[in-house]
Design a protein around this ligand. Structure first.
Ligand SMILES: NC(=O)c1ccc[n+]([C@@H]2O[C@H](COP(=O)([O-])OP(=O)(O)OC[C@H]3O[C@@H](n4cnc5c(N)ncnc54)[C@H](OP(=O)(O)O)[C@@H]3O)[C@@H](O)[C@H]2O)c1
Length: 300
């Protein structure tokens, strides 16, 4: 099976490195220079003290023709529209696309794509791009995938063939799969970014924990959770397990990059709007993050 990976950031390099043991992979980069560097050096995967090199073909995204059997899209949510626009101009439509973005804001963009089997996924790994061709695998986990629309068979085939040390689990219900991860991200990411703390401090500091439970309460009401206590336990469990980690949103804010807050809190605020529900705390938290994003804070 030929597999395309769009985006050679942390997740794109991680996936390309692992799955190239099994599949013929082409990774598509935003810049020509990154494609050149990957072709020269391969992809280096760092896991603790061990570095493994894999040979993966790289091309700039301008050369993407959509000819692979299965394509994994690993750009950030706010970078998706450029990729989706490009699909419209391909002479041959890709057959199967898997989207690995955090949040749920991308679902409305996927609604507009016709005639392609569409899948979505959530990634539990922690990965960090070190340079154009090196990625560090900092946290091992699994990838969950589910069908969004179309025919299932290629996803199933892909998931059963991936290497055992890089598991991909096929889930029944894409909405529940994405929603469960969304709840965790919606609480931990923005609060750690506003308070500028590691994940563990949200449950260790009793005042931050009060804010966490209030925010969770609003999210639970808007998403109509049947068993909110289970989700709250999950959020607290992740704060505990990743106590020493800095959330991806905090890292984005510290590096003066855009965040995925629109995909995460923006989606929940839209849900609140549709249901005519009030979400005062969620709104404040959302605007606190928007205000910290580059070049946005001063605009009125
Ligand atoms: N990293 C993690 O550990 C992790 C864990 C779970 C979930 N996720 C999710 O996975 C998604 C990707 O995250 P990430 O950490 O891999 O982000 P990232 O490191 O920023 O990677 C995104 C990559 O996409 C490239 N790109 C942007 N527009 C492109 C285009 N039009 N064509 C081709 N490439 C393009 C970027 O290139 P440039 O750098 O050249 O702009 C960048 O290399 C996010 O939704 C994130 O929330 C990440």
């Amino acid at each position: 099976m030929k597999v395309g990976v769009i985006g050679a950031g942390s997740i794109g390099l991680l996936f390309a490195s692992y799955i190239s043991k099994i599949f013929e992979v082409t990774i598509y980069t935003r810049t020509e220079d990154q494609a050149y560097q990957i072709n020269e050096n391969g992809i280096l995967l760092r896991k603790k003290a061990i570095i493994k090199q894999s040979s993966v073909k790289a091309l700039p995204i301008s050369s993407w023709k959509g000819i692979e059997d299965f394509t994994i899209v690993t750009v950030k949510q706010y970078q998706l529209s450029t990729v989706l626009e490009q699909i419209k101009h391909l002479s041959k439509r890709p057959k199967n696309l898997l989207f690995l973005q955090n949040g749920m804001g991308h679902l409305k963009l996927l609604e507009e794509i016709k005639g392609i089997n569409l899948f979505v996924g959530t990634v539990e790994h922690g990965a960090l791009k070190e340079n154009a061709y090196t990625v560090s695998h900092n946290g091992e986990g699994a990838t969950n995938v589910a069908i969004f629309r179309g025919d299932f068979s290629c996803l199933q085939n892909f998931a059963t063939k991936v290497p055992a040390d890089f598991p991909i689990h096929v889930q029944e219900d894409y909405y529940l799969m994405l929603r469960n991860k969304l709840i965790v991200n919606a609480v931990i990411n923005p609060l750690t970014s506003i308070f500028q703390v590691k994940n563990g401090e949200l449950i260790q500091n009793k005042y931050f924990f009060r804010v966490l439970t209030s925010l969770f309460g609003e999210i639970s009401f808007i998403l109509n959770l049947d068993h909110p206590e289970e989700h709250l336990r999950q959020v607290m469990g992740i704060c505990k397990k990743t106590a020493e980690n800095r959330s991806s949103m905090l890292k984005d804010i510290e590096a003066n990059r855009l965040t995925e807050v629109d995909a995460i809190l923006g989606f929940i605020l839209e849900e609140a709007d549709k249901q005519e529900k009030q979400a005062p705390l969620l709104e404040i938290v959302y605007y606190c993050i928007k205000g910290k994003e580059p070049a946005k804070g001063g605009e009125l």
